[in-house]
Structure formats: structure tokens, C-alpha cells
Write a protein that binds this ligand. Structure first.
Ligand code: ZN
Length: 138
């Protein structure tokens, strides 16, 4: 198991990229609009992991609500799992509160699901399915 990426809610991708790209020297491995979640994301590999910057593209997006309540900052931690369907079923059986009981396509087309912070000591956890031959670089 490893951390695939850290999700950081930002007000402006362009503004934030000045630090992550220019100051830290990271490169973007992928950038896309995930309409389903109302966000535009930029993925920047760092070591074996990545930083995912998320900017809301509409006011009803969970990222917009997050920033409104808490300001910009760490939004979620994404953990790679071998079998996301099995992991979700296992968690559900254990009484873990899930936001997504079934996986859905996320950034890069990977299968993802969110676990509610109430069950994780206050941190939104994203699970991503690890697939054979896909390094999940993006
Ligand atoms: Zn993420």
C-alpha cells in the first residue's frame, strides 16, 4: 500500500502552480476537468507520490464548499488499493462510513471512491484502484 497523492484545495490553479512548478520545480503530469466533481485538477509527481491541486469550476463543487468553510489547504489523501470493490465491501461490513459505496471514474480515468472523514479521524480518504501495468503516475 502507498500514498498515491495528496489532494490540495486551491483557489486558483494558476496562482498555486507558481509555487509548485516554478519554486519547487515540479512538472505537471496531467491536467483535466473532472466535471463530475466540479473541479479542474493538476497532478504533479513528487518522488513516488504526487500532489493534486484542485480548483472548483462551479460554486456547488465540494472543493468550493471546502474552501468556503476552511480555506485552501490539504483536502484529501489518496491511497492505492489492489481491489477497490473488495476494499469498499470490507469497509462497509466493518461499519466504515463511505461517501462512495461503488467506485467511480476519477482523474486520469482511474477507479476511485471516497471514505467519510467521520470514520478516518477527520481526514477525507480517497481510494484508487491499482491496475496491472498502470503506474498511476497520472
Ligand atoms: Zn485525489
Amino acid at each position: 500500500m502507498k500514498i498515491n497523492h495528496l489532494g490540495i484545495a486551491v483557489k486558483s490553479l494558476e496562482e498555486s502552480l507558481k509555487f509548485y512548478q516554478e519554486t519547487l520545480g515540479l512538472s505537471i503530469s496531467g491536467r483535466e476537468i473532472v466535471a463530475d466533481q466540479g473541479v479542474e485538477i493538476a497532478m504533479l509527481p513528487i518522488g513516488e507520490s504526487r500532489v493534486e491541486l484542485l480548483q472548483a469550476i462551479d460554486p456547488s463543487s465540494p472543493i468550493a464548499r471546502f474552501i468556503e468553510k476552511r480555506g485552501a489547504g490539504i483536502h484529501h489523501i489518496c491511497i492505492e488499493v489492489d481491489d477497490i470493490v473488495a476494499k469498499l465491501a470490507e469497509m462497509k461490513a466493518d461499519g466504515i462510513q463511505l461517501i462512495d459505496e461503488q467506485p467511480k471514474p476519477g482523474a486520469g480515468g482511474h477507479l476511485i471512491a471516497f471514505v467519510h472523514p467521520k470514520s478516518t479521524a477527520g481526514v477525507l480518504i480517497e481510494l484508487v484502484q491499482k491496475t496491472e501495468g498502470d503506474s498511476l503516475e497520472y
